[in-house]
Design a protein around this ligand. Structure first.
Ligand code: 3NM
Length: 210
């Protein structure tokens, strides 16, 4: 599994615009893995969104990840789940999902990153690199120093996240990130596709020179 630009839903950043329409533009701009993240909706509502995004991601042939809800991930045949440090622990999630599903986990310290790698995570999130209002229970920014530490030591794929914008992504790439996730900068943009293209261009450039 490889990816470059990880897209996550953030409906409050595009009021009045349909979820699938916005995420389709993001995919057309270069998002190559998509996560449904909905911390407020009822199970039924999240399931409905998951069904629609499963159909969309199938159409474009990219992996579909569900945040936290293992049951919904299984019901819609998502490619995997993304877990936080307070969600179901990785070994238990693996028991439920089996060996073939993707399991990603958010990490905020090198110890958490090592543990995720040992427990068989398929990828880790590394963040929040910068301050962000998108996630409510967020820890203090881990800074690019943590990105650098993970790039040097951790062998599974990692995606940098949190407060990443077009104006500061170069700093994150210079610290060794080769996969980027941005939520508000992408889904809140008046030009979702163009914003993704610009992110992707920067990521590709950094990969070529590294
Ligand atoms: N996870 P934005 S930061 C969903 O650090 C999420 O694990 C984070 O949104 C983590 O790009 C974050 O708008 C929010 O800052 C990212």
């Amino acid at each position: 599994m490889d990816f470059r630009l990880y897209g996550i839903t953030g409906e409050r950043f595009h009021p009045g615009r349909d979820l699938v329409e916005v995420m389709e533009e993001a995919i057309q701009g270069g998002v190559d893995i998509l996560q449904l993240r909905d911390k407020t909706g009822s199970k039924r509502k999240v399931l409905e969104k998951a069904r629609r995004l499963r159909e969309l991601t199938r159409r474009y042939g990219i992996p579909f990840i569900v945040n936290d809800h293992l049951d919904i991930a299984l019901v819609v045949d998502a490619d995997g789940v993304h877990l936080g440090q307070d969600d179901l622990p990785l070994p238990e999630a693996r028991k439920i999902l089996g060996p073939d599903k993707i399991i990603g986990i958010s990490t905020h310290t090198i110890q958490e990153a090592r543990q995720a790698e040992q427990e068989g995570a398929d990828y880790i999130g590394v963040g929040p690199v910068f301050p962000t209002d998108t996630k409510s229970d967020v820890v203090d920014p881990v800074t690019t120093a943590y990105v650098r530490a993970v790039a040097e030591e951790i062998r599974i794929p990692f995606v940098a996240i949190g407060g990443i914008k077009l104006h500061n992504v170069d700093e994150v790439l210079r610290a060794g990130a080769t996969r980027i996730c941005a939520v508000s900068e992408i889904v809140g943009s008046s030009d979702v596709k163009g914003t993704c293209r610009q992110f992707l261009q920067k990521i590709e450039q950094a990969r070529e020179t590294s």
